[in-house]
Design a protein around this ligand. Structure first.
Ligand code: PEP
Ligand code: MG
Length: 577
């Protein structure tokens, strides 16, 4: 047995797949320069337009195969490719090249693709890089048709692990329908549409595993461990059986833990802890409920804005929020106002050009206060939804207390409007804010006195404290939630909560990582929000902890005379991986 390749795992804890490798050859298609005679021009234009029509038909047929219970944004991935195929920006230049320079259809399309790619590649923006992948997928599909190559046949994929240089979202849907066990790609990051889709469909995957398609053989048995992002090859029957047993044990454990989901979340010494779910789509409510979440601690509403040319209307916002509020059947739903910007870019035409340094740019609450027309419909919809169940409104990426004051003024204005219109809403709706910028953590008391609750967003707090771009996979080794500076900032926020009586929770990934649970419980955190798949493990782990003892040890650590002693004592509370 050997580790054959390493990439980024897409899938939760114990997301293991075993199966024979199925090598799908669909790397960049090879087009050789070719020209046509003058009398062939119109036929060549017709051949090109025919290939575009066939590609569109293929995509429409894929779209029809999407199961009804699949999250709605998945169909939108396909729609994006369809829109690209139907867009004149893709077709008019190749037609010009065929007519005026006598290029063959495939060579004209390839030339156009290359010039568009050069433009995309100069834009150092993760969202546009994803668009770049989309362009590649679309062009490859059309070129494949022109070259009379065919789509990979996914007829016998049941139980296989697919290997590919790259995969489109459409491929992932087809593969899922064929019962594929998982997939590995040479390229692609955890933020690509393909990865988002795999996560959402619960398909274990390892992406960005450079060289996977050249070093692994079609038909060889593989083990894919999406928790650690590794692919194992040369596996004997015994090793395969061991991993299959691990996978089966994880499935049985989930079933068993779900059976106990109604039991309250508490430590061994009886301290109650709230465990909420983070969701991106209204459809995620089902998993949150199945795992016994105490409400929604973070609803990332910016996903409503993606893969569409215009922002959602107030009614579209309202419909999504109502579905979540009704789905949670009386449990509180924390709706975060939009956090667009940085790596979360909306569809085209929504707001001003990306800044040179988007993570430090016009993002989240900054964007909403600068462009209130984006904010108003969302605030109105959140307030309207609050008439149907307990809703909390949460402001992202606060840095200055006056941002809270401004946002509150807007919310008050909207309340007055709704009152005047006779529209029902909860006047006592709690308004909270996220602490994800070091400045806000250090000034947490000032925020705590202006807000009804705080939530620590460790994903960004770590990025900004340690000066590392959270989406750059080359910096993953520096992304350390246990860095002493991060722990001191979290401590500061918890202290502010104790001093002011304002509730505080945590909704960054750190909250759902069992390694940090003893430390966070010891620091006094009692409100956690995490991806639904993490809830069962965290609740189980909680039952083994002695909160009083952990609090005593943390207090002792912070009372240490030397800062280094504090760091050492805190580090002792972190569970090894
Ligand atoms: C965070 O920053 O920790 C957070 C929860 O928000 P997001 O991951 O959406 O930026
Ligand atoms: Mg954040």
């Amino acid at each position: 047995m050997s580790v054959a390749c390493i990439g980024t795992g897409i899938g939760g804890a114990s997301a293991i797949a075993t199966g024979e490798a199925y090598l799908v050859c669909r790397g960049p298609v090879c087009v050789t320069p070719s020209w046509i005679d003058t009398h062939e021009i119109e036929a060549e234009v017709e051949r090109f337009e025919g290939a575009l029509r066939t590609a569109a038909e293929q995509l429409r047929s894929v779209r029809q195969q999407i199961p009804d219970d699949t999250p709605s944004d998945i169909a939108e991935f396909i729609d994006t490719h369809l829109l690209m195929i139907e867009d004149k920006a893709i077709s008019s230049q190749p037609i010009h090249l065929i007519r005026n320079e006598g290029l063959s259809a495939e060579w004209a399309l390839q030339q156009h693709r290359d010039s568009l790619m050069r433009v995309f590649e100069q834009m150092d923006d993760p969202y546009l890089r994803t668009r770049c992948d989309d362009l590649d997928h679309v062009v490859n599909r059309v070129v494949n048709i022109l070259l009379e190559q065919h789509e990979p046949q996914f007829g016998s994929l049941e139980g296989h692990i697919v290997l590919a240089e790259d995969l489109t979202p459409a491929d992932v849907i087809l593969m899922k329908n064929q019962g594929v066990a998982g997939f590995v790609t040479d390229y692609g990051g955890p933020m690509s549409h393909t990865s988002i889709l795999a996560r959402s469909l619960g398909l274990p995957a390892v992406v960005g595993a450079r060289g996977a398609t050249s070093c692994l053989q079609h038909g060889e048995p593989l083990i894919l461990d999406a928790e650690f992002g590794i692919v194992l090859a040369d596996c004997d029957d015994e090793m395969l059986a061991q991993f299959e047993a691990l996978r089966d044990a994880a499935i049985s454990r989930t079933v068993e833990l779900r059976r106990r989901r109604a039991e309250p979340a508490a430590t061994h010494d009886g301290q109650r802890v709230t465990i909420r779910a983070n969701i991106e789509l209204a459809e995620d409510v089902a998993k949150a409920r199945a795992n016994g979440a105490d409400g929604i601690g973070l609803y990332r509403t910016e996903f409503l804005y993606m893969n569409r040319p215009q922002p959602p209307t107030e009614d579209e916002h309202f419909a999504a929020y109502l579905a979540v509020v009704e789905g949670m059947q009386g449990q509180p739903v924390t709706i975060r106002t939009l956090d667009l910007g940085a790596d979360k870019r909306p569809g085209a035409g929504l707001h001003s050009a990306a800044s040179a340094n988007p993570a430090l740019g016009l993002r989240a609450i900054r964007l909403c206060l600068k462009e209130p027309e984006l904010f108003y419909p969302q605030v109105r919809a959140i307030l309207r939804a609050s008439a149907f169940g307990p809703v909390r409104l949460m402001l992202p990426m606060l840095t200055n207390v006056w941002e809270v004051d401004q946002a509150r003024r807007i919310i008050e204005l909207v309340m007055q409007q709704l009152d005047a219109e006779g529209v029902a809403f909860d006047r006592g709706l709690p308004i909270g804010g996220m602490i994800e910028v070091p400045a806000a953590a250090l000034a947490a008391r000032a925020f705590a006195t202006r807000l009804d609750f705080l939530s620590i967003g460790t994903n960004d707090l770590i990025q900004y404290t340690l000066a590392i771009d959270r989406v750059d996979d080359e910096l993953t080794y520096l992304y350390d939630p246990a860095h002493p500076a991060v722990l001191r900032l979290i401590h500061e926020v918890l202290q502010a909560s104790t001093a002011t009586g304002t509730a505080v929770g945590m909704c960054g990934e750190m909250a759902g990582d069992v390694r940090f649970l003893p430390l966070l419980v010891g620091m006094g955190l009692r409100d956690f929000s995490m991806q639904p798949d993490a809830i069962l493990d965290i609740r189980e782990q909680l039952r083994s902890l002695d909160a009083r003892e952990l609090v005593r040890r943390v207090d002792q650590a912070f009372a240490a005379a030397q800062a280094e002693d504090t760091d050492v004592l805190l580090a002792q509370l972190i569970e090894p991986r």
